[in-house]
Design a binder for this molecule. Structure first.
Ligand code: CO
Length: 304
């Protein structure tokens, strides 16, 4: 009896040891990524704009979304607005819009693992830097997103600027005569990225001797540009937003009836003006620049 019982015990030991080894191997494999790593990435696109409280201007966003969906068929496309002021104003009107942080959190909750966030801003300024910082903090969060890549704003490289300038000039109304000024209105900022605007002004001037660029809050300054238009004896100016949508600045600061709008100031100087209330996002060639930047970000996303 004794030898039989002893061999049975030995056999039980053997089974226990093999079982334990298998358990250890399995958990090690799971930790090494065997569990989640084998899954293909669930990718999404987040379009990130400053936002606008002007309903007509917001319709333009639908066109960008359509273009993105055509370029990336079957991919989930969502939105975020970086301006808290705009989001709050829309909330009062009963419209829910999300900050980039909330939109990224929702994507993680819905099981997405890798996100290409496309900045629909114009320059790599404060709004863009904020988005990049948010993306950096969201990437690699436990049980959250693995990766968030941010696509460059519209005007980053010299090539971006040239493409955009040519597209805008191609869309100038046919009624404009060559001796009439084109005045592009940029936003402008105290951020160093404001340098894009003087660079862009130079590109416009090379392409059209009567093309000017001025900003609302930075340089080139509107006052100086207005003086130059006056000094050159120009009789009429076309006012065109260098902004993604023809929102508040374009409708009020540029074309509004108030005494200090650009249109009114030109009128006071005896210069006729004609505003073009079209945002840059309404031109497919400009949207293509943004989407090329999105493509670059998308291509950086991992496969698993
Ligand atoms: Co502003």
């Amino acid at each position: 009896m004794l030898p039989v019982s002893r061999s049975r015990w030995r056999w039980r030991w053997w089974v226990a040891c093999v079982g334990l080894a298998a358990c250890l191997l399995w958990s090690w494999g799971a930790q090494a990524g065997g569990h989640e790593g084998a899954q293909p990435a669930k990718k999404a696109i987040l379009l990130v704009s400053f936002g606008t409280s002007v309903p007509q201007a917001r319709q333009v966003f639908a066109k960008i979304e359509e273009a993105a969906k055509t370029r990336f068929p079957g991919v989930e496309v969502r939105w975020a607005f970086t301006s808290k002021k705009v989001r709050q104003k829309l909330a009062q009107e009963g419209q829910v819009t999300l900050s980039p942080a909330l939109a990224l959190a929702n994507l993680a909750e819905d099981g997405y693992t890798r996100v290409a966030a496309q900045s629909l801003h114009i320059i790599p300024g404060q709004e863009f830097e904020g988005l990049k910082e948010t993306a950096r903090r969201f990437a690699g969060m436990p049980k959250g997103l693995k990766q968030v890549e941010v696509g460059a704003p519209l005007l980053l490289s010299h090539q971006d600027m040239e493409r955009t300038a040519k597209a805008l000039l191609a869309h100038v109304p046919k009624e404009r005569r060559p001796s009439e000024a084109l005045v592009f209105m940029g936003h402008g900022t105290t951020h160093q990225a404001n340098e894009v605007y003087p660079a862009m002004a130079g590109i416009f001037k090379e392409l059209d001797a009567y093309a000017f660029l001025a900003t609302v809050e930075g340089s080139p300054e509107w006052n100086k540009v207005k003086q130059e238009i006056k000094a050159r004896g120009i009789k009429k100016a076309w006012l065109i937003p260098l902004m993604s949508v023809a929102g508040d600045h374009a409708r009020n600061d540029m074309a509004g009836p108030e005494d200090d709008s650009w249109a009114s100031q030109l009128g006071q100087a005896g210069i006729a003006s004609q505003p073009v209330l079209m945002g840059m996002a309404e031109y497919p060639e400009v949207v293509a620049v943004w989407l090329d930047h999105l493509q670059t970000a998308w291509d950086r996303l991992g496969k698993e």
